[in-house]
Design a protein around this ligand. Structure first.
Ligand code: TYM
Length: 333
């Protein structure tokens, strides 16, 4: 019988703080998808060095991220969770895909433009070909869906284009992946500048909630959240700050935005903002407790990523061999 369980692949960079944006846009959905899909998750450390990193910090960020993913509910009995750099096929397929991707396509990527502006003294080639490595991550595992936040949509579209191009040039090789982006939480905005996305690299730490922030810090950041000069809590265009808070509230409580608006009818921002903070802190509390436990058990974390990488590497190798054959390389002795 044909295997009908579909596969999901996603990855996250160990580039420091893990934010509420990462959690609501991606991680939380990864956890849910484990019931329905064959899930593969990677720590995208190869991507992270496109921006200069302190080696010791990169190592600790990777462990912290693995601990956080386990704490959030990634279950290694069901899913694979490994480091991208431990499965050499990612870099190898990326090389091949680079040869099937145009400079023009890569230069249109908004993330490349943003990051080159931000790191003007280090616009390295890796930053430019970042999306082909992402395509390799996904295509190696023949993933049907890729759960990501809205900001990764353009990269996903390029991955689809590359897959289609390769399939059309040779023959059906890759599964063309579908993005999986949730409505509430797919784009969490900065608490200080609600027209730009919540980002861990925001210099103003009040703009983002780190998953490890204490309740006091969370409450303070929500109280200071930038809203507007009106007084009504409504979801509509022009109310970016309030819309963002409503989305966050909805995502962590499971209530719809309409229900949330009703709940706060007649109430002011002074009551609404701390209520969102309370809801977020309550949602994160059990995750933070588990995170602290996992951080005391690094051997377990190492065993998870080691086992997963071995299995992932086998799946990846089978795809890579097919690709090498199709492009005309001699069979490996
Ligand atoms: P990264 O590490 O920047 O983010 C990890 C995930 O979090 C989502 N995200 C958000 N979602 C909603 N609101 C926000 N403010 C927000 N900020 C981040 C991202 O969309 C992402 O899903 N290039 C990727 C990592 C990657 C990858 C892949 C993803 C490497 N290979 C293959 C999918 C498939 C990245 O930098 O994500």
């Amino acid at each position: 019988m044909e295997n009908t369980i579909k596969r999901s692949f996603s990855a996250i960079q160990p580039s420091g703080t893990i934010t509420l944006g990462n959690y609501l846009g991606a991680i939380r959905n990864w956890v849910k998808l484990q019931d329905e899909f064959d899930c593969i998750f990677a720590i995208a450390d190869l991507h992270t060095i496109t921006v200069r990193q302190e080696p010791a910090l990169l190592r600790s960020h990777s462990i912290e991220l693995l601990a956080m993913l386990l704490a959030a509910g990634i279950n290694p009995e069901k899913s694979l969770l490994f480091c991208q750099s431990h499965v050499h096929q990612h870099a190898e397929l990326a090389w091949v895909l680079n040869c099937y991707t145009q400079m023009g396509e890569l230069s249109r990527m908004t993330q490349f433009k943003d990051k080159s502006a931000k790191h003007a003294n280090n616009i390295n080639a890796g930053l430019f070909i970042y999306p082909t490595l992402m395509a390799a991550d996904i295509l190696l595992y023949k993933a049907d869906i890729v759960p990501v936040g809205e900001d990764q949509k353009q990269h996903l579209e390029l991955s689809r284009d590359i897959a289609n191009r390769f399939n059309n040039t040779y023959s059906e090789t890759f599964v063309v992946p579908e993005p999986y982006i949730v409505k509430s939480g797919g784009r969490v905005m900065s608490l200080q500048n609600p027209t730009s996305k919540m980002s861990k690299s925001d210099e103003n730490t009040n703009g983002f909630i780190a998953l490890t922030d204490s309740k006091d810090v969370i409450m303070r950041k929500f109280r200071r959240a930038v809203t507007d000069s009106e007084t009504v809590i409504e979801y509509r265009e022009g109310k970016d700050g309030i819309n963002n808070l409503l989305n966050i509230y909805s995502a962590v409580t499971g209530k719809t935005v309409e229900e949330a608006v009703k709940e706060f009818e007649g109430k002011g921002y002074g009551e609404f903002k701390p209520a969102v903070g309370e809801a977020v802190a309550a949602h994160l509390k059990p995750i933070q407790e588990k995170y602290n436990d996992y951080m005391k058990n690094k051997d377990y974390i190492v065993s998870v990523y080691t086992k997963s990488a071995e299995i992932a590497s086998k799946i990846a190798e089978s795809t890579l061999r097919k690709v090498y054959k199709k492009v005309g390389f001699l069979q490996k002795p």
